[in-house]
Design a binder for this molecule. Structure first.
Ligand code: BES
Ligand code: MN
Length: 455
């Protein structure tokens, strides 16, 4: 074990230089213009898996972006750990708010700054580097390992879902290890036992057949922006509850044990608000901030489009307005069911003076897992050992839609051993990853493979 850890320490600088290369590829999955770059990134991952000593490395083509697979199965009789991650990243706009180029990674203040530094290149590189350290020192791994690194997580993983269903044998494993979530706080080793689901909708409101002069027509013709705003304002009541009928019908209430666990984490509302520079927090009545951001369902308008938004003033009564609205879901809410309730309800809120069209963009099921699984215990011990502290258990407020599919299709427990921080600005300008978490992550991964070999 010491030899492996010494190897990691001795090669730290090289590891970071290699991560910079990985981060230099603009693998933005949602932009058609970047298809070649996404493919180049898949090639980088495949080559890297070969370099660290994985066998049968293959780039699997899909209808969308490729899936990279690699395995090392030289430990017969030992458990198999499937390590999942994604090499695709989010777009970088607004580019003018970045302090450095998003695809030229720089190390500064103990962090590495670039798009994907945390989400998810930095976090999946951790596991490649732990495997490398094992194979370069001991010549073997203590367990069997399979890597699945995909290129479509940020757009919903629909092709990986198909691949999973068609390749259950190839992907068969005893547990799935994922680092794509957050630590509860700095220096706080964390295992997440839940993820929220997602239901993403778009509402388009149309008024008159063309843009009108707001002086000649305003007052007599419905303004789609005004009407859309009224609709959105009706989606929450004064207690912060979502007003869509049956929205909460399938929500499993929090148990006393779980609420006690949340209390024991001593979340500071003050610190949270201060860091965001807001005077006051708000949300669903009778729930704490940590419950609101991880264990309760929410509805947020993500974007609103309409009318004149250029420089200066233009008096116009626009013909159209639209809004993107997403809902984060918790067990046992179902995105399809919620989408239907949403559609029905929005139509009841719209006046006859406008036409309303509602589209379902994408969704994902929420995830929740038991804590008394031996692999989860091993994971908590491993990350605790690397951070030299006792692990905490939280639910992640974000979503990783493929996780439920892993659990259901492969029938293997999924471990969410996240190494990011909620303040790392993922999906935002100046994304970064703490190098201390990168290093401790590699240690956690090494310890985990070792612990699993003893189960
Ligand atoms: N790594 C994130 C999930 C996450 C979000 C972890 C927040 C920790 C904090 C993942 O890459 C992601 O962004 N998921 C999307 C889901 C999607 C686009 C279907 C999300 O949560 O918005
Ligand atoms: Mn993401």
């Amino acid at each position: 074990m010491n030899q492996i850890l010494n190897f990691i320490d001795a090669n730290k600088e090289r590891y970071i230089e290699e991560l910079k290369e990985y981060l230099s590829i603009p693998s933005i999955s949602t932009l058609g213009s970047h298809k070649k770059e996404v493919a180049r990134c898949a090639k980088y991952v495949a080559d890297h898996l070969k370099i660290i000593g994985m066998k049968k490395v293959k780039i699997h083509k899909t209808k969308g972006h490729p899936i990279v697979y690699g395995e090392w199965l030289g430990a017969p009789g030992k458990p198999t750990v499937l390590i999942y991650g994604h090499y695709d990243v989010q777009p970088v706009d607004p580019l003018n708010l970045w302090n450095t180029d998003p695809f030229t990674a720089v190390v500064k203040d103990g962090k590495i700054w670039a798009r994907g530094a945390n989400d998810n290149k930095g976090q999946n590189f951790v596991h490649m580097k732990s495997v490398e350290a094992y194979l370069k020192t001991e010549g073997k791994l203590p367990v069997n390992v399979k890597f699945v690194i995909e290129g479509e997580e940020e757009i919903g993983s629909s092709n990986l879902e198909i691949f999973l269903k068609e390749n259950k044998k190839l992907l068969a494993c005893d547990t799935v290890l994922i680092s794509d979530t957050s630590l509860y706080a700095e220096n706080s080793p964390t295992i997440s036992y839940g993820l929220r689901g997602l239901c993403y909708m778009e509402i388009e409101v149309t008024g008159p057949n063309r843009d009108l002069h707001s002086g000649s027509f305003g007052g007599a013709v419905a303004n789609p922006i005004n009407e859309l705003a009224k609709i959105i304002s009706k989606l929450h009541d004064n207690n912060g509850k979502i007003t869509i009928p049956n929205f909460y019908s399938d929500v499993i209430s929090l148990t006393k044990t779980e609420r006690d666990n949340f209390k024991s984490l001593k979340f500071s509302d003050n610190k949270f608000a201060k860091e965001l520079q807001v005077k006051e927090l708000q949300g669903e009545a009778k729930y704490s901030t940590i419950e609101r951001i991880s264990a309760r369902p929410t509805l947020d308008c993500n974007g609103i489009i309409g009318g004149f938004t250029g420089e200066g003033a233009k008096t116009v009564l626009p013909s159209k307005a639209s809004a993107k609205i997403s809902m984060r879901l918790v067990p046992n809410q179902n995105p399809k069911k919620i989408a239907n309730e949403f559609k029905k309800y929005i139509l009841t809120l719209a006046p006859k003076s406008v036409k309303v069209e509602i589209k379902e963009l994408h969704g994902g099921l929420p995830f929740y897992t038991s804590l008394d699984n031996k692999f989860v215990v091993a994971a908590a011990n491993s990350i605790g050992k690397a951070f030299k502290k006792k692990s905490v258990f939280t639910r992640e407020g974000g979503s990783i839609p493929i996780v439920v599919e892993f659990a259901n299709q492969l029938k293997s427990p999924v471990i969410l051993m996240g190494l990011g921080l909620d303040t790392d600005d993922i999906h935002s300008p100046n994304e970064h990853f703490h190098l201390s978490n990168f290093e401790r992550g590699i240690y956690s991964s090494v310890y985990f493979l070792d612990e699993v070999s003893k189960l």
